[in-house]
Every structure is written in structure tokens, then in C-alpha cells.
Write a protein that binds this ligand. Structure first.
Ligand code: SF4
Length: 356
């Protein structure tokens, strides 16, 4: 690996690198010191990072001018998220930091810079091919490092059999290298959050945590359903489907069965194919072409012309996708029966309320 190339603004851009962590450690900042008004801007930015993740799904880069605040606000934002100890928030924050990193990686002009980051932060075995003018690729990456990250992207071009590989090194374009690196960032940020020790925070930080928790409470419900058309009665969805949809929004990996169940359920309760593709591709990293193909296939618009039904409760239980039945679940054997029953109950309840 070449010598250090990361400048102070780079440490703020890429706060997950070892150099950045060492820089922060070198400051020897104590939590109690954060109440000092000198850190007001840093705390504001830390809180804003979490808000950006919740509201927009991506943490923004504010520019090199603010690099000190950017660098310091990252570990504090992690501390705030870890203190709230909410799985949905943790995953959403990790995905939002990964999106920020991805857009910064893509803007890097110096190929060495990405190599340095990949080596420093994640011990990647990679080389750049910039000196070879005939290459249509920019980097090579050891297949183990490749697989560890590409396996999280469910799209044919990422399968190892579809890649050029020579002597265990996979050939990649810059954009692909950046994409894989951002997968690594997401895992790293999430692991940092989940392994953060629980500490007693001063009241000033607790106030910020309360504010974030409020946004989380409002946003979680809003995000759960805002993208779906109103004609389906979302309050009637069964627990298994609600859980799958939450996982999708949090950027979590859905198993093949999980994704099929969610897609087929939503299509069967009246969600439009285009609407569904839009939801999938806007909230996560799904490949649009593949998502369109699969969704249209399940909707019966491709292939056999059969519109698929979601699996029954027994199958969902076998695959660990049933979070535990509620009262309505005990009377049915299929998520769509749950939906029909619950719609009736809700309508009856409304009618009673209107008569009262
Ligand atoms: S019992 Fe059936 S409908 Fe209810 S949560 Fe489990 S799988 Fe879903």
C-alpha cells in the first residue's frame, strides 16, 4: 500500500477510515466536554446528520470548509443513534452514510485515493489499472473481498460468473469499485452502531435524543405507508407483511421468499406495478431492471401470465417470516384472508363508531 494520501478534509469525508478514527482518538474528547458551548456547532451537525438520514435517506457532505465539524460530528451522530438503540434507525443511518460515501467516492479523480481508503478502512486487496491505457477497467479486486460485498447486491451482472477474473482478481470499473466500497461502509457503520457501549449522556445530549426519537416515531409510520396508494387499506395488512415492509424501508436484506411474499401480497391488494417498482427502487438499492422484471412476472404481466399469490401462513412460518400471530391470525391460514377479515372488522368498527 502506498503512503498516506488522505488530507484533513478527506478524514471528514471518510470518517470510517483508520486515519480518521486515529485523528478523533488523538483529540481525546470526553462526553462531558461536549456540553461546552464551543461544541455547539458540532452537536448541531451530529443531530442534523441523523435527521438527514431519517428524512432524506442520505447524509449530505457540506464541503471542505466545514471539515472539522464534519469529522467530529460523525462519531457523535453514531453515539446518538446507538443511544436510541432502535434497529430501524441504526440500519437507516448506516445506509444513509453509505450513500454519502458512494457519491463522494464517485467524485474522486485520483484512483489512488479510493485504493487508499479501501486498504486503510477495510484491508481490501486491490490494484488500480490507471497506468494501463488499454484497459477498459479501472481496478482489480481480490475475489474474496469482491464476494463479501457483491453478494449483498442481488443483480445478475454482479454474480461472479458474469465477471472477468484473472488469477483471483476481479476486474472492475471505477463506479463498480465505489459501489462495493459503499456496501462495506454500510456494514461498517452498522457494526459500529450496534457495538457502541451504552453510556450515560449529559442532559444536553438527551434533549437531542428526545428530538430524534420524536422524528423517528413520526417518520417510521409515515415512511411505512406514504409511498403506497391510498386505495389499499394499509391498517389491515398482517404483521408479517408489515415487518417485511419495515425491513425494506430500513435497507435490510430481504430473502427471496420474503421479497416474493411482500411483492405478491401488495400486488394482490391493489398496489399498482409501477407504484411498487417505484417504492422498491426509491427506498433501497434494488436494481431497477431486475425489480421491474420480477414485479411484472409476479403480477402476471410477463411469462406465464399467472398472477402469483403470496405463500400461505404455514410456508411463511417455515421460512421464519411470521412474527407471531395476533388475534386475527388465529382465525385464518393465509395473509390475504387476514387482509379481507381485517378490512371487514375495520369497516364494521367504523360503522359502529358512526352510528354511536
Ligand atoms: S399468522 Fe399468517 S398472516 Fe399472521 S403474521 Fe403469521 S404469516 Fe402473517
Amino acid at each position: 500500500m502506498t503512503s498516506m494520501l488522505l488530507s484533513p478534509p478527506d478524514l471528514a469525508k471518510y470518517p470510517f477510515t483508520k486515519e480518521s478514527r486515529d485523528y478523533i482518538k488523538g483529540l481525546d474528547l470526553k462526553v462531558d466536554e461536549l456540553v461546552n458551548p464551543d461544541y455547539g456547532e458540532v452537536l448541531n451537525r451530529a443531530e442534523q446528520r441523523v435527521e438527514e438520514a431519517l428524512l432524506g435517506g442520505e447524509v449530505k457532505w457540506r464541503g471542505e470548509r466545514y471539515y472539522e465539524i464534519e469529522a467530529l460530528s460523525y462519531p457523535i451522530a453514531i453515539m446518538l443513534v446507538a443511544s436510541i438503540d432502535d434497529d430501524f434507525l441504526g440500519r437507516r443511518y448506516a445506509l444513509a452514510e453509505a450513500k454519502r460515501a458512494y457519491s463522494l467516492f464517485r467524485r474522486e479523480r485520483d484512483p489512488e485515493r479510493l485504493l487508499e481508503i479501501a486498504g486503510s478502512a477495510f484491508d481490501w486487496r486491490a490494484q488500480d489499472l490507471a497506468s494501463d491505457a488499454n484497459q477498459s477497467y479501472d481496478y482489480t479486486l481480490h475475489f474474496v473481498d469482491y464476494l463479501r460485498n457483491a453478494s449483498r447486491i442481488r443483480s445478475d451482472p454482479w454474480k461472479l460468473v458474469n465477471r472477468l477474473m484473472i488469477k483471483g482478481m476481479v476486474f472492475l470499473k471505477k463506479d463498480e469499485f465505489a459501489r462495493l466500497l459503499s456496501e462495506e461502509v454500510q456494514k461498517h457503520v452498522h457494526a459500529t452502531i450496534t457495538s457502541s457501549p451504552k453510556i450515560n449522556l449529559p442532559p444536553l445530549l438527551l434533549q437531542r435524543i428526545t428530538r430524534i426519537s420524536q422524528i423517528l416515531g413520526e417518520r417510521r409510520e409515515q415512511m411505512r405507508w406514504e409511498e403506497l396508494p391510498e386505495k389499499t387499506m394499509v391498517a389491515a395488512y398482517p404483521p408479517c407483511i408489515k415487518r417485511l415492509y419495515d425491513a425494506l424501508l430500513a435497507g435490510r436484506h430481504l430473502s427471496h421468499v420474503g421479497r416474493f411474499s411482500l411483492t405478491s401480497f401488495l400486488l394482490n391488494v391493489g398496489v399498482d406495478t409501477e407504484e411498487l417498482i417505484r417504492v422498491y427502487t426509491s427506498v433501497s438499492d434494488f436494481d431497477e431492471r431486475l425489480t421491474r422484471y420480477q414485479t411484472e412476472h409476479i403480477a402476471g404481466k410477463k411469462g406465464s401470465g399467472t398472477k402469483y399469490l403470496p405463500p400461505n401462513c404455514d410456508t411463511l412460518k417455515t421460512h421464519g417470516l411470521c412474527p407471531g400471530p395476533d388475534e386475527v391470525c388465529r382465525t385464518i391460514r393465509h395473509p390475504l384472508s387476514y387482509y379481507r377479515t381485517k378490512v371487514r372488522l375495520i369497516r364494521r368498527g367504523r360503522a359502529v363508531a358512526e352510528r354511536a
